[in-house]
Write a protein that binds this ligand. Structure first.
Ligand SMILES: Cc1cc2nc3c(=O)[nH]c(=O)nc-3n(C[C@H](O)[C@H](O)[C@H](O)COP(=O)(O)OP(=O)(O)OC[C@H]3O[C@@H](n4cnc5c(N)ncnc54)[C@H](O)[C@@H]3O)c2cc1C
Length: 358
């Protein structure tokens, strides 16, 4: 029996735990200094920008494609196993085109996706108006609709992954900090634990842990703020509530007249210190009102912020062996797409372990 220790129980660590729980011959322990689904995962909007992403080919597209395919089976599977409900919006993503947006590049993407077996539709303003009357601004020149993209509740998903993995024998240690790692063990606030495999899924915490092994993986925080509003009723057609996005501002319908609006993208000015800039959050809200004017009368019920783990000087995410160590695996630095990429990340880690563990 090989012992796998996963450090971090955000959406990425939880997805890996559940995926590995299906492999025979593995004993799995997940350690997190906090309860599950805090840190970046606790702040995420759960928008899965897959088919409509500009990543047309290569690894970036493969990871997206395999995640969106897996989510279609994963959500019902987890709901059946755990009896928990995971809010999962199957009405797609609607991207609004603003002013001089390049329709030619969208037309090209529609063709590429069609050859890959996915649908994308370009709507003119008349079609947009008839289907989504809540959208209104003279600068909107049309829209791209992606019916197979999704949005889900990242916290509900992570808690369901934990519950399902627990049922399948995974041990979770919450409130336990990992202070040090080596090739054969981890040191924690509850003592040393021996390991055959260590998976570092610690988000921003991955940097200090790998620095101790002189293989620093440099992951820096990018702050995101978002807000929840309530209108008392749905905007537009209550039967058709896709996630609407324009100029990188998302309006996420939650049902019952509740919407999430976000998120800001704020880089640290000096070193790693960032504090939320409330003017930027206000500007995100104003942009949402600019394309969905009815939101002006909504009541703000909650605001929050979180830190996205962004790899410095290299593309996100990092899913590979830690250089110099054959049994320490990195599943980190997912930046803006950790919820989207969690299933594909978990599958990649499973393949790495099972191909070397036989
Ligand atoms: C405002 C906002 C909106 C977002 N919206 C989206 C979205 O719509 N779609 C999307 O796909 N992504 C989105 N993201 C990004 C997404 O949240 C992240 O990419 C994702 O949550 C990363 O997951 P993770 O499990 O790697 O990290 P985290 O969720 O940060 O989890 C890391 C865990 O490791 C633990 N840990 C760290 N160090 C240690 C240690 N030494 N010992 C023990 N435990 C440790 C932490 O306690 C934490 O629980 C958003 C992020 C923000 C902030």
């Amino acid at each position: 029996m090989s012992h796998v220790i996963i450090i971090g129980c955000g959406v990425v660590g939880a997805a890996i735990a559940y995926e590995l729980s299906q492999v025979t011959g593995l004993q799995i322990t997940v350690v997190d200094q906090q309860p599950p689904a805090q840190a970046s995962t606790g702040a995420a909007l759960g928008v899965l920008i897959g088919v409509i992403s500009q990543k047309a080919k290569g690894k970036a597209w493969q990871l997206r494609q395999s995640s969106i395919q897996r989510y279609e089976t994963l959500i019902p599977e987890l709901e059946a196993l755990t009896g928990r409900k995971i809010p999962f919006n199957r009405q797609g993503i609607l991207h609004l085109c603003w002013e001089a947006e390049n329709f030619e590049s969208w037309e090209k993407l529609v063709e590429i996706r069609s050859s890959q077996g996915w649908q994308l539709e370009i709507w003119d303003t008349a079609k947009l108006k008839s289907i989504c009357p809540q959208v209104h601004n003279d600068k909107i020149t049309g829209a791209v609709y992606s019916p197979q993209d999704r949005q889900l509740d990242p916290t509900a998903l992570t808690l369901a992954l934990v519950a399902a993995a627990q049922q399948k024998g995974v041990t979770f240690k919450f409130g336990v900090n990992v202070s040090n790692i080596s090739a054969a063990s981890i040191e924690t606030t509850e003592g040393k634990i021996a390991a055959d495999w260590i998976v570092v899924a610690a988000g921003l915490g991955s940097t200090p842990l790998t620095a101790q092994l002189n293989q620093k993986i440099d992951i820096r925080p990018v702050l995101g703020q978002a807000l929840q509003v309530n209108l008392g009723h749905s905007i537009g057609n209550p039967e058709f509530q896709p996630m609407i996005t324009c100029n990188d501002v998302h309006i996420v319908p939650l049902g019952g007249g509740d919407y999430w609006i976000g998120a800001t993208v704020e880089f640290p000015a000096n070193g790693d210190e960032i504090s939320p800039n409330y003017e930027l959050l206000e500007s995100v809200k104003q942009q949402a009102i600019a394309f969905c004017p009815e939101l002006a009368s909504a009541t703000i019920t909650r605001t929050w912020s979180g830190l996205r783990p962004r790899p410095e000087g290299r593309p996100a995410p990092i899913i590979e062996k830690l250089p110099g160590f054959s049994n320490i695996l990195l599943a980190t630095g997912h930046y803006r797409n950790g919820v989207l990429l969690a299933p594909a990340t978990a599958y990649t880690i499973r393949e790495m372990i099972t191909s070397m563990d036989s």
